[in-house]
Design a protein around this ligand. Structure first.
Ligand code: PLP
Length: 400
């Protein structure tokens, strides 16, 4: 008998964090490592947001707050949802947590019973299936293949729904693929959901503002207002406002669900950091002017990475609509051997050999539930990206 909970046997530690740790170890040992594993913007938090936090500290706003968010922030979130997504929530329908991650976790803890199923398109953000398992539910994955531009179809969704389905988890633009669903593609999915009113939608809109070319972000309850009362719309300030360390995420949804999520939070962490909440008010209410220039930089980096990776023999890299990731296939490298003698049996051995032989750290696709691929985060400098892609091309050229 072990001292640790049996629940923990069902989940694995985050593979993205494992890759970042391994890359840091090699770096500490003096190796020239380029990390393309981190899921955070390399930009600094905008000054107006930092100033708001400093002002909050000076004003003594450093005490406990209401469990799931200060009224000013809930109000700012209502305005944001109305302005950006045409969704009309009241403050009682809003919850704020310590990052989008806690909000998603609260929602699963508040709703899942043993046997409840959650439909998760794969590849998925690494935490989704494990959160579902921790909350006692059953993840049901549906493959979104490269050939389908990493998007699932209405028929696939329909086939995955059972009487036990509680949630459909939707994430567009996606981590890890960057794929974004157009209005009509999403409408096809919401049409299916209309036929299954016992299924609720949890939409993770974390990458809403990171959309390129002429791609227009849309969210399920906006595309199909009839789903409003069975949708939890999750968002946060981490990615668009370069605020990953401030830990503020939020959601809008039916009051009964929001109350239940508040109960979970009240007995676990209580309120998210008070100072960060005031910073988030400024992020949402203040100027949005830096979003466009930041996106121009990300779009250029995406184009650079897609162009270079497609020059690597054995790699096929689609051009995604948003986020700051690409998810190339390495199907053409499988079965080959590296210069140092490593056999590329799967995407994990590809990523390991790539890191050990070239110093480029990427996350292998199996971690996200779709192989053989790897994820590149291009939220780093053009110079680092160019050097990393050059090394990847050389590595693939050297495979025999
Ligand atoms: N959802 C997705 C798809 C993500 O990629 C992340 C972070 O990597 C999160 C949610 C959580 O973001 P945070 O907890 O920083 O708000």
């Amino acid at each position: 008998m072990t001292f640790l909970s049996a629940t923990l046997d069902r989940v694995k530690p985050s593979p993205t964090i494992a890759v970042t740790t391994k890359a840091a170890e090699l770096k500490a040992a003096g190796r020239d490592v380029i990390g393309l594993g981190a899921g955070e913007p390399d930009f600094d938090t905008p000054k107006n947001i930092k100033d708001a936090a400093v002002a909050a500290i000076a004003a003594g706003r450093t005490k406990y707050t209401a469990v799931d968010g200060i009224p000013e922030l809930k109000q700012a979130i209502c305005v944001k949802f109305s302005r950006d997504n045409a969704l009309e929530y009241t403050p009682a329908q809003i919850t704020v947590g310590t990052g989008g991650k806690q909000v998603l976790y609260n929602a699963f803890m508040a709703t899942l019973n043993p046997g409840d199923e959650v439909i998760i398109p794969a590849p998925y953000w690494v935490s989704y299936p494990d959160m579902v398992l921790l909350a006692g539910g059953t993840p049901v994955t549906v493959e979104a293949t490269l050939e389908a531009n990493f998007k699932i179809t209405a028929a696939q969704l329909e086939a995955a729904i059972t009487p036990q389905t509680k949630w459909f988890l939707f994430n567009s633009p996606s981590n890890p693929t960057g794929a974004g669903y157009s209005w009509s593609e999403l409408k096809e999915l919401t049409d299916v959901l209309l036929r299954h009113p016992h299924v609720w939608v949890m939409t993770d809109d974390m990458y809403e503002h990171l959309a390129y070319d002429d791609f227009k972000f849309c969210t399920p309850a906006q595309v199909e207002p009839k789903l409003f009362d069975q949708t939890l719309t999750v968002n946060g300030v981490s990615k668009a406002y370069a605020m990953t360390g401030w830990r503020i995420g939020y959601a809008g949804g039916p009051e009964v669900l929001i109350k239940a999520m508040r109960k979970v939070q009240s007995q676990s962490t209580s309120n998210p950091c008070s100072v960060s909440q005031y910073a988030a008010v400024e992020a949402l209410n203040g100027t949005q002017e830096f979003l466009a220039p930041n996106n121009t930089i990300f779009e250029r980096r995406r184009d650079l990475v897609v162009e270079m990776l497609n020059q690597a023999p054995g790699i096929v890299c689609p051009k995604p609509e948003g986020a700051f990731y690409v998810y190339p296939s390495i199907a053409g490298c499988i079965g080959k051997t590296s210069a140092a003698g490593a056999v590329i049996a799967n995407d994990e051995s590809f990523a390991t050999a790539l890191l050990e032989e070239t110093g480029v750290a990427v996350v292998f696709g199996a971690a996200f539930g779709l192989s053989p691929n790897f994820r590149v985060s291009y939220a780093t400098s053009d110079e680092a990206l160019t050097e990393a892609c050059t090394r990847i091309i050389k590595f693939c050229e050297s495979l025999r």
